[in-house]
Structures are given as C-alpha cells and as structure tokens.
Design a protein around this ligand. Structure first.
Ligand code: B12
Length: 423
C-alpha cells in the first residue's frame, strides 16, 4: 500500500494515506474532508476481503456509490472476486489493481472519465473463466470413498532433544542471511526485471549490477546500525491425529490443544492431520511449533524512511526485512530438522532447499493446507511469543510485522498442498 502511495504521489495525485485497520466511517470522513475522487483499499489477508465487501455495501447504503469509484488491491484479492462478485454488489465503479502501476493507469482512466477527456474510458471488466462442473473442491461423487488419505502411518517418529518450549535470542545475521531467497527479494519485493526483449539489461545483469551490490550494502547497514533483533521461540510437543484433528498432548497424555484442518474433498484427500500417528495406533508422534521475528527496530527504521520521503530506501529496506523474516524461519526449520535427526535428506543447494526438497514441511497458518488464521492463537498460547517481543493482535496478525509462525512436520511425505475451502 505504501508503494501505491509513492507511485501515485510521484505522478501528481494527492494521496491521503490513512494507514491500516480504518473503519469505513473514518475512510468516508477523510474522503469527504479531502474531497477525494477515488477510494482505494488494500487487503493482505483473506479476512480483509470480507471487510472490503461490507465497506462497499455501506457505501451503497449511504448513497455514496455514485460519488466514489473504488480501486482494490492486495495479495488476498483476485481480479475475478473484485471485478465480478464485488462489481455485482457495488452500485458504483469498482476495479482491481494487480500492482501499483495498474493502480496508476486506473486512476488516470477514472479521472479522465470524470473530466470528460475525449477517448477516456475504464478498462473492460475481466470475465471469470467458466468453471467446469467437476471442480477439484466439490463433494466426492462417491461419499463411501470419503476417509483418510494414503499417507503412511508406519514412518519413523524421531525423538526431539527436549519437550516443551525454548527461547533463542540474538541470532546473528550471518547465520540466516544465507537462507535469503534472492529471487523473491529482487523480483517480488524490489521489482527488478528486464524491461523489454533486446532492450536494456537482462534480469541477471540487473542482479549483478544493482541487486547484489545494494543487498550487500543494506546487509552491512543492518549490522552496523544494529537494526536486527532476530529471535525464535520454538517447541516440541507430543501429538496424535484423530480424523481431521491434530491433538497436542502434555507429558501425562492430557490434551493441550487441538487443530482441526480441512481435508481435500477429492483426489488424494490430504489433510495435515494425516502426517501424524493416529490416536488409535496407541503410539504418539512429535510436532514442532515455531515463531520467528527479526524484531521491531527494523520496522521503526522503515517507518522513519517513509516519513522522510526516502521512498527508494524505504522500499528496499522493507522488502529486505520481510524476506529476512522468511529466511530466519527457513533457517530455523533446518535447525529443527537437524535436532530431529532428519537432516540427512537435505539437498546441497539453496535453490533446492527453497523448493523444500528436504524431509518434512513447515506449514504457516493462513496458507492453503491450514487456512484458519484463528489457529494462530493456539500456537501463541503454547509458545508465548511475548517472550521474544511478539504479540498476536485481535486480527490474528503478529506484531512486529516481520514475524511468522509455523507448524513443523517431520513426515517424509509431508509437502505443500491445497485443502480447498477457499474460492
Ligand atoms: C512476503 C510475504 C510475507 C512476509 C511479509 C509480509 C508483509 N507484511 O509484507 C512475511 C514472511 C513476514 C509474511 C508473513 C505472513 N504471511 Co505472508 N506473504 C508474503 C507474500 C509471499 C508476498 C507479499 C508481498 O510482500 N508482496 C509484495 C508487495 C509489494 O505486494 P503487495 O503487498 O501484494 O502489494 C502490491 C499489490 O497487491 C497492489 N496493491 C495492494 N494493495 C493495493 C491497493 C490499491 C488501492 C492499489 C491500487 C494497489 C494495491 O500494489 C502493491 C504494490 O505493487 C504473500 C504472497 C503473495 N505472493 O502475495 C504472502 C501472503 C500475503 N502471506 C500470507 C500469510 C498467511 C502470512 C502469515 C499469516 C503466515 C504465518 N502464519 O506466519 C504471516 C502474517 C504476518 C504477521 N506478521 O502476522 C497469505 C495471506 C492469505 C491469508 N490467509 O490471509 C499470503 C497471500 C500467501 C498465500 N498465498 O496464502 N508474509
């Protein structure tokens, strides 16, 4: 969202950036006060898609839809959701922006139309491809086939080095910086890309001339200015599965907490619970939980850069900070594999590591195998991440932002999958 602010402001628009978690009344007050031409909203988490819908309905109710065209963006949205589902509901214009640049061209079109510029018009709405009736997520045709997946239940259960939780603070940058996903940083965050065929430097050249030198400079700055406070809280818990549930147990076998995961309704019928010994086997399994953070100082520094209009520095540092949080999580997962004695299957190259070609899998809540963000409260309840300065908000977001949690699974067949449930 800050990037959208930067791009629009640099192109002559006056952006009133209200920040996060604004109720619709505050958005509408600001829109009236500043006589806004357009309202934009951004949603990173799936929950915000519901709020956006309610906000649009509120604009309808207040009779304001004709006054305010709306542009929506963010990772949680899809073009079809905005341009069909929300468009059907909203009595004004609503469009999806994949990135800040599409946001800019939409602004130009909306303002052109408003001012009656000859030839100005909004882009056509994107039509959703017609779905075949046999979607991967519909109820099984033969309910009698319903049941567990074919995931093995006779795999070896490793012994953890301890039971319960541990806190590790002050992890040096050099330990996890090597786990940085450069491609996610350069392409996803910094937007390095080859301009056009045969014109300008290639992506690889840009990485050599711009990406890596700037990365090295920033990593040095992070060290010198002492901006990182990498910390982890992790734990090993006894666990069993029962149907779609993963049950965590204390030393006496009493239930500590229980996760209920979605199961694929067709095909392999995978469910995260299947990677753990079933309760009826009489055996118990082990599950890892972790919360990692690179701390709050870096967020203070990026906020300072944004406030002082140092946009390029802001974008680069913010992008690097979020990828470092991801690198720390990946590094810690590797440590856990080592502690469980299953690291011998680890591949040699970082690329293969990032393709998760190792034994086991790190599932972050909110991702398709375990989409329920409310389950984050169960992890926080057991790990108590306040001990490393991390707090879970009412929206089930960890603060500081550069933090991530995970359920760590050791099963050799564990990998990412989509359990459906979402459009
Ligand atoms: C990097 C990343 C992280 C980083 C940083 C997150 C951050 N705050 O930026 C880290 C590792 C910290 C992280 C953590 C988590 N993440 Co994450 N993450 C991503 C990832 C891979 C990229 C996001 C990103 O930085 N994109 C780059 C920026 C520049 O793009 P952007 O934010 O989308 O914004 C652009 C456009 O969308 C558009 N835009 C956005 N808004 C608007 C508004 C207007 C008006 C306009 C015009 C345009 C516009 O313009 C922007 C600039 O071009 C996405 C997946 C994806 N590919 O998007 C998942 C994703 C956002 N994460 C997800 C999840 C689940 C999480 C966690 C909850 C996981 C966990 N259990 O720990 C946590 C939550 C963090 C917390 N503090 O609690 C889910 C969210 C879905 C959901 N269930 O709600 C996603 C979508 C992955 C997925 N496919 O499921 N994550």
């Amino acid at each position: 969202k800050n990037l959208v602010d930067i791009i629009l402001s640099n192109n002559g628009y006056n952006v009133v950036n209200l920040g996060i978690k604004q109720p619709v009344s505050a958005i509408l007050e600001a829109a009236a006060e500043h006589r806004a031409d357009v309202i934009g909203m951004s949603g990173l988490l799936v929950k915000s898609t519901v709020i956006m819908k309610e906000n649009l309905q509120e604009l309808n109710t207040r009779g304001l839809a004709a006054n305010y065209p709306v542009i929506l963006g963010g990772a949680a949205l899809t073009r079809a959701y905005v341009e069909q589902d929300l468009h059907d509901i909203y009595q004004g214009e609503v469009r999806y922006a994949r990135d800040a640049f599409e946001g800019l061209s939409l602004m130009d079109a909306l303002i052109g139309v408003k001012r009656g510029v000859p030839g100005a018009k909004l882009p056509e709405l994107k039509q959703r491809r017609v779905r075949t009736t046999a979607s991967a997520l519909v109820t099984p045709e033969h309910p009698e086939e319903a049941g567990r997946s074919d995931i093995a239940t006779d795999n070896r259960v490793p012994a953890p080095p301890f039971w319960g939780t541990r806190v590790v603070k002050g992890i040096p940058l050099r330990e996890y910086a090597s786990w940085l996903d450069e491609s996610a940083l350069f392409k996803g965050q910094w937007g390095l890309k080859h301009t056009r065929a045969g014109d300008g430097p290639s992506y690889e050249e840009l990485v050599e001339t711009e990406g890596r030198p700037r990365l090295r400079g920033l990593l040095d700055k992070l060290q010198t200015d002492n901006l990182l406070e990498a910390a982890v809280v992790h734990g090993y818990f006894r666990a069993v599965s029962k149907g779609d549930d993963l049950i965590l147990l204390d030393d006496n076998g009493s239930e500590l907490t229980r996760f209920t995961f979605p199961r694929q309704r067709r095909g392999r019928r995978l469910c995260l619970a299947d990677f753990f010994r079933p309760q009826e086997s009489g055996e118990s399994d082990v599950v890892g939980l972790q919360v990692v953070t690179v701390g709050s100082r870096i967020g203070e520094e990026t906020a300072r850069l944004f406030e002082s209009n140092s946009y390029r520095d802001y974008l680069e540092l913010h992008g690097l900070s979020v990828q470092l949080a991801e690198a720390l999580a990946e590094y810690w997962h590797a440590r856990v594999r080592g502690e469980l004695g299953i690291a011998s299957a680890d591949p040699d190259s970082l690329d293969a590591m990032l393709r998760t070609e190792y034994q086991g899998c790190r599932y972050s809540l909110g991702y398709p195998a375990c989409p329920d963000l409310e389950d984050r409260a169960k992890i926080a309840g057991l790990l108590r991440p306040e001990r490393i300065g991390v707090h879970l908000s009412e929206e089930f977001q960890l603060h500081p932002e550069q933090s991530t949690d995970a359920i760590v699974v050791h099963h050799p067949q564990a990998s990412y999958f989509n359990a459906g449930g979402r459009p």
